[in-house]
Design a protein around this ligand. Structure first.
Ligand code: EPU
Length: 350
């Protein structure tokens, strides 16, 4: 049997950074893109398909009846090179952080602000990962995807992907339809450091480097900041920010700021809207470092939900609902969950 079609039951505990116990009825590791036609045909035998990359932005139900496809293809290549820019392609299963580090080493600059983000390259466009003033869409060129419905390979540009803050076409598309196979980024040869984000602007090593700052300096500083603030999923299970930073119109922002003068917010869309720091709202609601059962909000970053051990998707959902309700009551603001819930919770004991 071709390795592509090797389907097994699989404990997914180590395939999701929240460390939730989850069992896949049918699991397949995609090592190659040679046999995608068979993948579509095989998938038709299951009630649905779940595409899993690094599992760093998912809340997995205890049991998945869908066909779980773990994308594990590897490789990074320079595909085009001219006087002004380089075009680089990463296979979907590559670790995002390793890709960013490789780019820094090879002199392909732009993504260094996105160092240490857990997950794979194929997942990066799905939620349009972003940090410290940069989003992957700033350098995105195109991607190659397999359309499970039509059994054909397609190429998609930025216009097809509908990137927005923590959002893309893929977040709203039919689940399991699109298997992202490779992503391409274009990096200008001339590098402009993006140091405006407050944590970067005040980082001592960058202040010291001044105008001589290098991409490696930025990469190191971002790693430093993240390590100081965010829990390493290998040590304390988590899926990064659990909620998006909510965007409100300027009038709502002004009303809120009058009531809560310390409110942390950043203008967006030329000041017609404001992005509120959800971590601040959650902290003020009293949840920073607080637990409910086996889960809680992190002690240094209240936006990050952590699993202290043995949590299920149900525990995650209970705390998420409590926080959403308390933030809504206190501030009148609705928090939207960021990680994608996969698998049915139906029939689960409470
Ligand atoms: N804040 C608090 N209390 C907290 C956390 C934050 O008051 O517990 C306030 C502080 O004023 C802080 C501000 O909120 O200065 C912003 O916090 P931070 O710089 O940590 O950024 P964030 O808005 O909470 C977002 C992303 C992160 C990304 C950082 C840096 C979202 C949902 N999250 O967090 O992404 O690393 O900015 O750019 O947009 C992730 O998605 O997993 C993630 C970590």
């Amino acid at each position: 049997m071709a390795p592509l079609l090797h389907i097994t039951e699989q404990d997914l505990s180590f395939y999701n950074t929240l460390g939730l116990r989850s069992q896949a009825r049918a699991f397949l590791r995609l090592h190659s893109t040679r046999n995608l036609q068979d993948l579509s045909e095989t998938a038709a035998r299951y009630p649905g398909v779940v595409i899993l990359g690094g599992g760093s932005n998912v809340v997995l139900a205890p049991r998945l009846d869908e066909l779980v496809v773990h994308v594990a293809t590897r490789g990074v290549a320079l595909v085009d090179d001219d006087a002004d820019s380089v075009l680089v392609e990463a296979q979907a299963g590559e670790s995002w952080h390793n890709f960013v580090e490789l780019c820094v080493e090879r002199g392909w600059h732009g993504l260094e602000n996105l160092a240490l983000i857990p997950g794979t390259c194929g997942a990066a466009p799905v939620q349009n990962i972003g940090a410290y003033g940069v989003e992957q869409s700033d350098f995105f060129h195109s991607l190659v995807a397999w359309d499970m419905r039509r059994s054909m390979q397609v190429e998609m540009g930025p216009g097809d992907c509908l990137f927005a803050y923590r959002d893309s076409f893929f977040k709203r598309a039919e689940q399991g339809r699109w298997v992202i196979l490779a992503v391409r980024y274009r990096f200008p040869r001339e590098w402009t450091p993006k140091l405006g984000y407050p944590d970067l602007a005040r980082h001592p090593a960058l202040a010291l480097a001044g105008p001589g700052v290098t991409p490696r300096d930025v990469f190191n500083a971002v790693c430093d900041i993240r390590r100081a603030k965010l829990p390493d999923p290998a040590e304390l299970a988590n899926a990064g920010s659990f909620f998006k930073n909510p965007v409100v119109n300027a009038r709502t922002f002004r009303k809120l700021r009058d009531l809560h003068p310390g409110l942390v917010a950043y203008p967006v869309d030329d000041g017609s809207h404001y992005k509120l720091a959800a971590g601040w709202l959650i902290e003020r609601a009293g949840w920073k470092g607080r637990r409910l059962g086996p889960v809680g909000m992190h002690e240094r970053q209240a936006l990050v939900m952590v699993n202290h051990g043995g949590a299920s998707a149900r525990d995650i959902q209970v705390l998420a609902d409590v926080i959403r309700a308390e933030v809504a009551t206190r501030f009148g603001v609705h928090l939207e969950q960021e990680p994608v819930a996969l698998g049915s919770m139906a029939g689960e004991a409470g």
